[in-house]
Design a protein around this ligand. Sequence first.
Ligand SMILES: Nc1ncnc2c1ncn2[C@@H]1O[C@H](COP(=O)(O)OP(=O)(O)OP(=O)(O)O)[C@@H](O)[C@H]1O
Length: 266
Amino acid sequence: MLEITRLNVRFGGAHVLRDVSVAVTHGQIHGLIGPNGSGKTTLLNAISGFVDCTGTITLDGRRLNGLAAHRRVGKGLGRTFQNPKAPDDMTVADLLRLGEHQTRTLQWHTVAFRPWKAAHQRHMFAKRCEQALTSLGLSPDLLERELGTIASGDLKMIDIARALMVRPRLLVLDEPTSGMNDHEIELLRTRLEWLRESGLSVLIVEHNVRVVTDICDRITVLSGGGILAEGSPREVFQRPDVIDAYLGEDEGKSPESPPASLEDTR
Ligand SMILES: Nc1ncnc2c1ncn2[C@@H]1O[C@H](COP(=O)(O)OP(=O)(O)OP(=O)(O)O)[C@@H](O)[C@H]1O
């Protein structure tokens, strides 16, 4: 479904991604892991259209290269951010409307001259908001709450709901579990599995190795801007060079509990 071929990204003299090729299969959860600074977020930014790159990126056979970020959303790409930021006084409904705005907009002339149609569209929007929230185990009661009053774990889930509002074919998640407690991580895990069952494909950057090994069908490991390994979680975490790449990280920035999780995969 997503095919990335020989992708390169340079920031001035820094060659941050080198000949990276990744294929995400339809209906699978594909993990993207690697030490800090290995280029994971840069790869997501290249896919989403936020940084320039060379190489090719196709989604369902359609080339994304050269398209602006919002046009890629229209092609079926939903994306969340590592640290989502929005004004504290914005409501959850406003945020979800922002997501949907990329693919559907209520036109002024509809409001002015066809108010019954505008009312129907508002009703459908409210239903889609409820669906997006409940599909992630969140209450529709959150819709009128201001973002500043919501806990960080729920905010990450609401950002995923925003991405779901465009009805993506591929959902791209950047470290969704950071800021979540164990209960929220477990909820996210089951909800992502449920979304996969319903046909959604997911590309997930994640530091929590237990989450990655539990939910991912395939994993790509980045190191120093290049691909170090690719395969099933079991295959990848049995490789000594992958274990070295993780255990060689700076203290305090290493992925959560890698040694225990690595043992689980053997
Ligand atoms: N806009 C930029 N200009 C210059 N260098 C950048 C830019 N963005 C990222 N980099 C560099 O590119 C490299 C990869 O960064 P990136 O954020 O993609 O890594 P990452 O694997 O996502 O790291 P982390 O796990 O810490 O989020 C790093 O060395 C970073 O300093």
